[in-house]
Each structure stands twice: as C-alpha cells, then as structure tokens.
Write a protein that binds this ligand. Structure first.
Ligand SMILES: Nc1ncnc2c1ncn2[C@@H]1O[C@H](COP(=O)(O)OP(=O)(O)OP(=O)(O)O)[C@@H](O)[C@H]1O
Length: 283
C-alpha cells in the first residue's frame, strides 16, 4: 500500500459566510497532488488547517504522521504561502543564519544554490523584493529545510513565465526523492499538466472531483452545441447567445448527436464547469 505523507479526512470548518464541507484528500509519498478550484472555494482554508494555522471544527488531519501544528510534523514540511516567509526588515543574505537554528536539517548550500538559480537578489532586505522574488525566496527557504512534504499555496502567482518553469523544475528535482510529496494549490493549471500525479478539484467548500492524473481530466470532455442544451449528461452548462458549452463524462459521449462538438477537457474546464455544477445544485 502507498504510504501517505499527508491525509485529510472529512474536514469541516464553519465560517460566517463559508462552509468547508467535508473535504478529504491524500498526498502519497512520491506524488505531486494538484489542488485547484475557483476563488473562495476553500483551498487556502484546507491548507491552513493542514498546517494547524486554523482550527478545524471536525475531521482528521495527519501530516507526516502527526496532528496539524505539531512541531514534529511541521519540521518535515516546507511551506510557501501567499505571504512573505520572513520579516520585511531582515537582510536576505542573513536569512540562512537567522533561520537555521530552528530547523534540524537546514542546508545552507542548497539555500545559496536555489537563491542563485532563481535569481533572487541577496544584497538587500526582504521587504525590498518584488512579489515574484518574494515567492522565489519562500521556495528557497522551504527547500533549505530539506522537508519531506512541500505545501505550496499559489506559488506561481506573480512569477514570470521563465520563473514559473524554473519553479516546476525545482519541484521536479525535489520529487527525485521518492519519499517526498507535494501539495500544490494553483490557478495556473497548465503547470499541473505534466507535474501532477493526482488532482483534487474543490468547489464551494467540497471536493467536486479527485483522481489520479491524467485520468482525472481524461474522464471528461467538453461538449458544445447550439440551441437548447441537453438536460442530461452535461455538467455546469454555460450559454453565450445561441451557443452552449458544458462538461460531459467521456463515457456519455455516445449520447450526443453529430450536431454536438466534443473536445478534450482541460483542468480549467473542470474548475469552471464542476464549480458551475455546484452552483446550480445549490441554487
Ligand atoms: N479569516 C476568515 N474569516 C472568515 N472567512 C474567511 C476567512 N478566511 C477565508 N474566509 C472565507 O473562506 C472562503 C474560502 O477562502 P479560501 O481562502 O480558502 O479560498 P481559496 O480557494 O484559497 O481562494 P483563492 O483561490 O481566491 O485563494 C472564502 O469565502 C473566504 O471569504
């Protein structure tokens, strides 16, 4: 059986205007798990609960065999969140010296190499870095801990195309060790096409779809037609004038006539139309 490095079962968090409603996901060792979904779907809330940064109302979370927030578990997790990884007044060049005492396996050489490779300026203070440079710094600091699990919440946001490619390469190298795992939340879904071993789509506080890649995407297709959309088999129908488009299960393709065009689906299609499906169910 595949060993899990992180596991979330039936996580529920109640907020005044939001419900995380029974989210379950698993990160096996050796796997990159992509976490996708529309704005406000609950991705960051799930990640924060996993790290012990927000309290769960119910559910079970284990990270490297420990409860969320347990220092023994966190010591094995490198994190890139949507906020700076260090105080703005700290000198970038001094970060290794400042942070190493808090991490048993800190690798100064790896930090220097990653900062150099990602072209992070090391001559100034953290607060002087651009948003993208700050993300790269967070990534370098996360890797310097030599974690077993990397948890990345929208690391690509603010990165230029070349830097995004570098980031994907860095993740690939991290995964050369088959005991490692990655949970990667992103809106740049094309980054996941060749990288993710599994996909979890969250919509409106629930897991709308989860499967291994590429099956997670290839189980679906996009159907497009004109006139009244079919009432069966089409998920999250969207209309533009006389045209309609929706997601279908590939197994249902035969239910459509020649007037319906069927194309392969993308991860974006899943995010858009499975979320639309949830909205229609809720309406
Ligand atoms: N501290 C908070 N108090 C109350 N509600 C919150 C809090 N943080 C987040 N929320 C709400 O929880 C919901 C889920 O937010 P979350 O940040 O998890 O979404 P997300 O999927 O990460 O979205 P995005 O893609 O925009 O980053 C949103 O409706 C948000 O307004």
């Amino acid at each position: 059986m595949t060993e899990l490095i992180a596991q979330i079962d039936d996580l529920r968090i109640h907020r005044p205007r939001f419900e995380l409603d029974g989210v379950s996901l698993q990160v096996p060792r050796g796997a990159v798990v992509g976490l996708v979904g529309p704005n406000g779907a609950g991705k960051t809330t799930t990640i924060r609960a996993m790290l012990g940064l927000v309290a769960a109302d119910s559910g079970r979370i284990r990270v490297a065999g420990h409860a969320p927030g347990d220092p023994a578990g966190l010591a094995r997790v490198g994190v890139v969140l949507d906020q700076p990884a260090a105080a703005p007044e700290w000198r970038v060049a001094a970060l290794g010296r400042r942070l190493a005492p808090f991490h048993a396996r800190w690798d100064h050489d790896l930090l220097a190499r990653t900062l150099d490779r990602l072209r992070v300026p090391t001559g100034g203070r953290v607060g002087e870095l651009s948003r993208g440079q700050g993300v790269k710094l967070s990534m370098a600091l996360a890797l310097a801990q030599q974690p077993e699990l990397l948890v990345l919440d929208e690391p690509s946001s603010g990165l230029d195309p070349a830097a995004r490619r570098e980031l994907v390469d860095v993740i690939r190298e991290f995964m050369l060790d088959e005991t490692h795992g990655v949970l990667l939340s992103t809106h740049i879904t094309t980054d996941l096409d060749d990288l993710a071993d599994a996909l979890v789509v969250i919509a409106d506080g629930r897991v709308a779809h989860a499967d291994a890649m590429p099956d997670a995407v290839e189980a679906f297709a996009m159907a497009r037609g004109a006139g009244a959309p079919p009432t069966e088999h089409v998920l999250g129908v969207q209309r533009a004038g006389a045209q309609w488009a929706g997601l279908i299960r590939i197994d249902d393709s035969a239910a459509f006539g020649p007037d319906v065009v069927i194309d392969p689906a993308t991860i974006d299609d899943l995010v858009i139309h499975l979320a639309g499906e949830r909205a229609e169910v809720a309406a």
